[in-house]
Design a protein around this ligand. Sequence first.
Ligand SMILES: Nc1ncnc2c1ncn2[C@@H]1O[C@H](COP(=O)(O)OP(=O)(O)OP(=O)(O)O)[C@@H](O)[C@H]1O
Ligand SMILES: [Mg+2]
Length: 316
Amino acid sequence: MPKETEYAIEVENLTKRYGDLLAVNDISFTVRRGEVFAFLGPNGAGKTTTVEIIDTIRTPTSGKVTLLGMDVTKKKHDIVPRIGVLPQGFSSFDRITVRETLQYYSRLFCCANTDIDELIELVNLKDKTKEQYMNLSGGLKQRLGIAIALVNDPEVVFLDEPTTGLDPRARREVWEVLLGLKKKGKTVFLTTHYMEEAELLADTVAIISKGKIIAMGSPGELIESNANYLALTLHSVDERTFEIVRKMGFEPIHDNHKNIKVRVEHTDDVQKILNAIKSAGALYLSLDVRKPNLEEVFLKLTGEALREDPPEMEAK
Ligand SMILES: Nc1ncnc2c1ncn2[C@@H]1O[C@H](COP(=O)(O)OP(=O)(O)OP(=O)(O)O)[C@@H](O)[C@H]1O
Ligand SMILES: [Mg+2]
């Protein structure tokens, strides 16, 4: 038996090349048992490559990956029964119902003991058991995909972009399911483009860009160490307000909607700005004060929004 460690996953100096393309560039990280770990990054950052090396589908170029105490390149047959995978762009058989699909995968993975009803309940598909796959909405298909990943009651679950392409409501319903997995104590490795998703679900977030992890920590830690300010927005402001705020030494910016945005360090600064506006007799309709989110962290670290972002080609 492999030794039980605190970590479900240990990745050391992992590199993956596809010919000249350096898709994953010497990354190291650990995932604790029972945590939700999110890999957050734009298209082509190397998320799927990393996940599929950890879940034994692809082979690394170099580096060491240990899953549940076992080397993924040597112990595939021992590892596979203990993990579940929802691949990116998952699809199933069009004309098979929800229940039949789960029965099929359960038999395929030799899990005679799968409690199909419990699974259906967990992913909230009770009303859809007789529905054929092709008639399910995108969100329901993804929830069925998550249930398939759970037929063998895995200890570690890999979900590669479980909510991409879903509308906001369907996304939230998938999040409910993922929160249920967390409650059950599963270790969940999630990849996503969505900051909000990582921020809401993950205990640890690793931001990956061009094959490199550029920051890692809890959402709170990442925000604290990379974006420690408050964002004040004044809506529909009087034209004088901009100058008042600027003369106080802040750096206000106008957005397209007659609003002013300004970054401040403390709530005291917000009070000072409001007092100055009031004593000058200027007006604003409303205001909000917001802590930065992971989006701002990503922008600060990469200088660009989360979008298409191909990895670097190595010089020949
Ligand atoms: N089998 C492959 N052969 C060659 N290149 C590949 C292969 N798989 C991925 N790549 C390339 O490696 C880079 C990383 O791809 P990967 O799919 O890991 O990124 P990703 O972060 O999952 O992106 P996405 O958000 O689009 O799913 C991309 O440039 C991709 O085109
Ligand atoms: Mg991918």
